[in-house]
Design a binder for this molecule. Sequence first.
Ligand code: C2E
Ligand code: MG
Ligand code: MG
Length: 521
Amino acid sequence: MTTRHQVGLITGMLILAILLPIILSIWLAQREAHKQFIAEQETYASRVLIRTEQVMNQAKGALKQMDGLAAPGCSPAHLQEMRRLSYSWRYIQEVLYLDGLTAKCSSLESNGIPFTFPKPDRIIPSGYRAWYTQQNDVGIRRYMAAFASDHHMVIIDPMSFIDVIPFTHATTQVALLSTHNNRVLASSAELNKQAWTRIRQGNLESLTDNNTVYTVRQYPDLQVAIMTWSSSLPLSERLRHQLIIWMPIGVLMSLLASWLIIRVLRRLQSPRQQVLDALNNAEISVNYQPIVSLADGKVVGCESLARWKQSDGTYLSPDIFIPLAEETGLITQLTENVVKMVFRDLGKWLHMHPELHVSINLSVADFQSVMLQTLLHQQLRVWQVQPQQIALELTERGFADPKTTLPAIAAYRRAGHAVYIDDFGTGYSSLRYLQDLEVDTLKLDKSFVDTLEYAQVTPYIIEMAKTLRLNVVAEGIETPSQEAWLREHGVQFGQGWLYSKALKKEAFILWAEDNLRMHQS
Ligand code: C2E
Ligand code: MG
Ligand code: MG
């Protein structure tokens, strides 16, 4: 994966790292608030159910107790027992003695006008008859629940079934509904019939309608359902409250993740990483610029020049990336790559043309690398190329510290390589090291070739090279007049656009073969 891909990927991750924790925190807050809301409603419904069961158990217990009494109906002992029972059993309003559907006496009246009840609404699962009726023996028009055995009846205020205080944040209402006939048995507030119908028809457990959340629990044993409902508007309030807790955590996580990712991004986009990527992804290739003999124009070899292909197809100048590689400590790795590429590209061709050479540019750091010497040696053997076919170019700046370069130069020369001084004339202390150093060739910098007519010094450089028995390669020859001048002044070799720009391997071989063929005939 290239740095570009990685940067793309990481930028995506960065956006996610910022958004995800925030989205997550909102989602968590919402879920937490909703969960709490539903949990509160359900707890309330459970508490209501417990109450319903308590009330039902009391009704059944009372009927059982009365039925077990031996005293004859409406006798003083019987009446006394009925009164005591309604007095002491909390949810029971009245106890009546029945003969069929007719009430003979009750805990309130010892022998009032006989009152006849309508037929029971239903028989509940425990076998008792059940009514939900407004009719009673005391003349109060109010719906009451009544349960009866063969001879006794208990009257219960339906509100007792649901009269439970909700411990919820929001105001919660509750209703007890008969699933048998869909009647509202008791309700703490007016019930939304439409919502109930929708829940019943859809067999739903909860429903949100018009900012109200309804939850329903069915109890088939009692043939009742408990529906609780409350406004979801306080839910938004709770969400806000949760957001105050979760949002800072989300933002903090985002910041942390972003900080980490930015650090990685910075590292990935560092110049060092970019050069390293270029090396690993083979983005750096080598081109070859012919070097010719000025006497007859015949090719004598070439110079290998590194090229860094950019993602947009353009090439970055080595004048930019070579110093970058030097500064980031990657130059020797780059040079090793160049050496391998040179042999891969031209090894076979050089083997076939032992009279031709390739010169490779080295940096100062390369001269200290033993690895590079070993690599060169090994490549020469593998491709069966003569050491003198590989020349090494070092710029004048490279000679600034002769202590390190001198032994390395000597070692390369002993191994059979030629050593060139590149860009000659652009540095300083030229004369001093020229005497001390054992070099083979001097490359006259392009700036001296560009201004031949004006550079008074050029003829002297050439003369000096001759005195020191150094070959001269003139760089950057662009015009025939430059070529003629250099030839006249005894410069042996030339390199420049007049002959060819630096070419890709295939093009260079074609160019050189063509040149050789011309000079054969
Ligand atoms: P250099 O070694 O002096 O290479 C000659 C430069 O002059 C090359 O530039 C070449 O393309 C350019 N040139 C040749 N003939 C002409 C001409 O007629 N007109 C003009 N205007 N330019 C000409 P390039 O390829 O841009 O390389 C620049 C420098 O980068 C090289 O200068 C060399 O110092 C360095 N370099 C290139 N490849 C490597 C490498 O593999 N390792 C090291 N350490 N340095 C390298
Ligand atoms: Mg060079
Ligand atoms: Mg040069």
